[in-house]
Design a protein around this ligand. Sequence first.
Ligand SMILES: NC(=O)c1ccc[n+]([C@@H]2O[C@H](COP(=O)([O-])OP(=O)(O)OC[C@H]3O[C@@H](n4cnc5c(N)ncnc54)[C@H](OP(=O)(O)O)[C@@H]3O)[C@@H](O)[C@H]2O)c1
Length: 292
Amino acid sequence: MMFKTLNNGVEMPMLGYGVYQTPPEDTERCVAEALEVGYRLIDTAQAYGNEAGVGAAVAKSGIPRDEVFITSKVWVSNMNYERAKASIDESLRALGTDYLDLMLLHQIMGDYPGAWRALEEAYHAGKIRAIGVSNCYPERLVDLCTLAEVQPAVNQIETHPLRPEHEAHANMDDLGVAHEAWAPFAEGRNGIFQNPVLAAVGERYGKTPAQVVLRALLQQGVIVIPKSTHRDRMEQNFDVFDFELTDEDMAQVATLEDPSFPRIFDHFDVSTIKWLLGDLVRQQQLGGATLY
Ligand SMILES: NC(=O)c1ccc[n+]([C@@H]2O[C@H](COP(=O)([O-])OP(=O)(O)OC[C@H]3O[C@@H](n4cnc5c(N)ncnc54)[C@H](OP(=O)(O)O)[C@@H]3O)[C@@H](O)[C@H]2O)c1
């Protein structure tokens, strides 16, 4: 396993297992299998509705809690100080643990500075070992890093060979924030698992396109959290530590970059933002949140 030392000294595995779109009823089985395969970083979120399945699998695995790195994320409907604070405790309860290794703000919208203060407070109280953000692009990241008391340790954004996010990566490097990729396979879009360039690179090492994608991201210093509900794919995605891509291989992978590839969730698109804000607006109408 490769590890990233976060800006507060916490060690984070660089390859983990994501459970977005894993149905709650399948999550315990999937995470139990992932732990058996060897994954020690599990990425969930309040919005996925499957924190309880993650917690149950970790508890029943017999693996000491301090050997598993658990990430969750505060959802948009909890994006102010009071609601974020309460939701951190709800996540801990659902996960059946008294601390999280990493808690992220899932989307940077609404009263996210207020929510950030709640994360800082939980961090100081020892409920969270590291705090960070997700879907935070350079302008807002520099704003947060300049004003926050506790610096974000991680920023999880959509990153894959079609959109490697080099500029965002350089900005994170400057700010000392670790880059974590969501959807490292672009959720299978554009035929990535059959891509002939990736297949040709992989053939030299007896590896699949999926393994080449993960290895290339890892070699760029990016943390990856591929998702699969299939054990054979969990194993395949974990088996990326016995080969190394050359500069020439990396240049081949880089040819996949395609700025015309539409982001899966485009945070520069107004309709996406309105859709994501819907949960917060509904919460406000119920009297549970204030906007700013
Ligand atoms: N912060 C955010 O806003 C955000 C957004 C999206 C995702 N995430 C996180 O990032 C994680 C990964 O992203 P993702 O789940 O969206 O997409 P992904 O990991 O890029 O792709 C998952 C898809 O690829 C398939 N797959 C996985 N390994 C494969 C392999 N070796 N060969 C062929 N197919 C394979 C999976 O199918 P099967 O399951 O059927 O095997 C699934 O359809 C999520 O689970 C979540 O934890 C975060």
